[in-house]
Design a protein around this ligand. Structure first.
Ligand SMILES: O=C(O)CCC(=O)C(=O)O
Ligand SMILES: [Fe+2]
Length: 216
């Protein structure tokens, strides 16, 4: 980020979990945002996710490739408008492999055939509780790209939702990859900092795109 006294350094948060600050340049962020706006349109667009307990998730979501619902995957929006899920663009598969190669090294990326994108939109009050990404049947790393407002991303262990954890600030353009021994670690977003998006991006709020391999 401009104005930073020291550039933020790449950091291994846990074995197999790596934060690469400023991985997407300004133009790549604008392009991904443009695409997210298209994916968010109906049919099979941005929706509020209802959990089986009767609650709602505060981050709104749109899926590509496979539709995620609590707690599984389908080819249609079974808990929404019923439309077929939008296709997973090949470009995102390439982006995912490049991300894994940069974060974990080329061998980790070789066989990762990304086929799911979950796009979460957070307004100022949205959060995501501690959870594992455990509905996939493949152990390829999860690739997470952030756009817009800065958030606190909480990365814990595979043992449970509680401490120890590490709080990482994810800013617009940052990459976070978790695979290997951290693939099933609990993580969440306890807080978004409103008004911190780069003004030139033109986004109010935060978008996070996770790329996954379904194994389905
Ligand atoms: O918004 C984030 O940074 C995390 C999103 C997430 O954990 C998920 O979609 O499963
Ligand atoms: Fe997650």
């Amino acid at each position: 980020m401009e104005g930073e006294l020291f550039p933020r350094a790449p950091r291994e948060i846990a074995p197999g979990a790596v934060h690469l600050p400023d991985w997407l340049g300004a133009e790549e962020q604008r392009e991904l945002l443009r695409e997210c706006r298209g994916w968010a349109r109906p049919p099979a667009g941005l929706r509020t996710v209802r959990t089986p307990g009767g609650g709602t998730m505060t981050a709104r979501q749109v899926c590509l490739g496979w539709h995620w619902y609590p707690y599984g995957y389908a080819r249609t929006v079974v808990d929404g408008d019923g439309a077929p899920v939008k296709p997973f663009p090949a470009r995102l598969g390439e982006l995912g492999r490049r991300a894994v190669a940069d974060a974990l090294g080329a061998p980790a990326a070789r066989d990762a055939a990304y086929d799911i994108a979950l796009v979460n939109f957070y307004d100022a009050d949205a959060r995501m509780g501690m959870h594992r990404d455990s509905d996939e049947q493949a152990d390829a790393p999860v690739v997470s790209l952030s756009l817009g407002d800065t958030c606190v991303f909480r990365f814990g262990t595979t043992r449970g939702r509680t401490r120890p954890w590490t709080d990482v600030e994810l800013r617009s353009g940052d990459l976070f990859v978790f695979g290997g021994p951290s693939r099933l670690a609990y993580h969440g977003v306890p807080r978004v900092h409103p008004g911190t998006a780069p003004p030139e991006l033109g986004l109010t709020g935060r978008l996070n795109v996770t790329l996954r391999v379904s194994g389905l």
